[in-house]
Design a protein around this ligand. Structure first.
Ligand code: ADP
Ligand code: MG
Length: 312
């Protein structure tokens, strides 16, 4: 079957599911063979990388004129000195410009450092005659406003669930996978709006029986349960932070009124949640939890939350 995510990565703009106005804007850039510095932002798995690749493919004749820096590359000042500056210091051959394509530039961990971002400011200014920058990020707010302002910022909107359904139907038909809409909707409801995750989930649940490819309901149920148990930890973190931020509005009864959520997070180790808290933003909450933990070794996560709320 091949990896669905790569096999069905659209290679032309017309196959990318996008709102009309975004598509038109990008189409105009491609048609004019001219692009500004571009920042594509939006949630994961919605088409940022796909669109950037399509733009680059359509604008450049010579693949030597693109430098691709993946999220795993070092994001400090060294990458600017050792890779970007040498690359943009060479004039393009056979093209109007050279493109630096940087993936996942703003991230809670591993994004461009502040020093690297400042260094980029000058390079973008100095080399604007023949260098263009395309960047993608899920977290535009992690970038310096002065850097962001040098880019045309395009929000890649999440597609509608119906469009996602159409795309999954199309892929199943191409791959001759038997499906029903209910199965596809289970996939979508679990992964929305991340199309990459939807395709991975689909791929993991397809089995071959007597020359027929189909989606196995049991596998699907198992895979969904697994995804929820991973997300559960992330969700509980958000839940606790949200409770804490709104703590002044809660009464002592609050915890009891949220049985469903409580039930889902009760058995998550406190340490796991604490590790996930953003140290900078939630310092006060973390201190409070550490404090309570010391006082009461056997407290469950729920006990701690209750104490935090009750202590206000
Ligand atoms: N808007 C879209 N239209 C069609 N397919 C999409 C779209 N967004 C994502 N996909 C599918 O999901 C996969 C991941 O998309 P990608 O562009 O890498 O996401 P991002 O860079 O936003 O995380 C692609 O290979 C493609 O198959
Ligand atoms: Mg990407």
């Amino acid at each position: 079957m091949g990896l669905l995510v790569e096999k069905y990565r659209p290679d032309s703009l017309e196959h990318v599911v996008l709102p009309y106005y975004v598509k038109e804007k990008i189409k105009q850039m491609i048609d004019s063979k001219d692009i500004p510095n571009l920042l594509l932002y939006g949630p994961p798995g919605t088409g940022k990388t796909t669109i950037a690749r399509i733009i680059i493919k359509n604008i450049l004749n010579n693949e030597k004129n693109v430098l691709i820096l993946n999220a795993s590359d070092d994001r400090g000042i060294d990458v600017i000195r050792n890779k970007i500056i040498p690359f943009v210091s060479v004039k393009p051959a056979n093209d109007n410009f050279r493109i630096v394509f940087m993936e996942e530039v703003g991230a809670p961990q591993g994004g461009l450092t502040m020093a690297a971002q400042s260094a980029l400011l000058n390079i973008i200014e100095d080399k604007h005659t023949y260098a263009r920058f395309i960047m993608t990020t899920n977290f535009p707010e992690k970038l310096l406003p002065s850097l962001r302002s040098r880019f045309v910022q395009i929000k890649i909107e999440e597609m509608q669930k119906n469009d996602m359904l159409d795309r999954l139907r199309y892929i199943c038909e191409q791959e001759q996978i038997q499906y029903d809409d209910q199965q596809l909707m289970r996939i979508i409801n679990t992964t929305y709006p991340n199309m990459r995750n939807a395709l991975q989930l689909l791929e993991g649940c397809v089995v071959q029986r007597a020359n027929v490819k189909l989606i196995d309901d049991n596998l699907l149920t198992k895979a969904i349960a697994e995804i929820y148990s991973i997300n559960r930890i992330e969700l509980s973190k958000q839940f606790i932070v949200a409770l804490w931020k709104n703590r002044k509005n809660f009464t002592k009864e609050t915890i009891k009124t949220l049985p469903f959520v409580i039930d889902r997070i009760e058995d998550i180790p406190i340490e796991t949640v604490m590790q996930l808290l953003d140290k900078k933003d939630e310092l006060e909450l973390i201190e409070m939890m550490i404090d309570l933990r010391k006082k009461n070794k056997d407290a469950s996560l729920i006990d701690l939350i209750a104490q935090i709320l009750n202590s206000q």
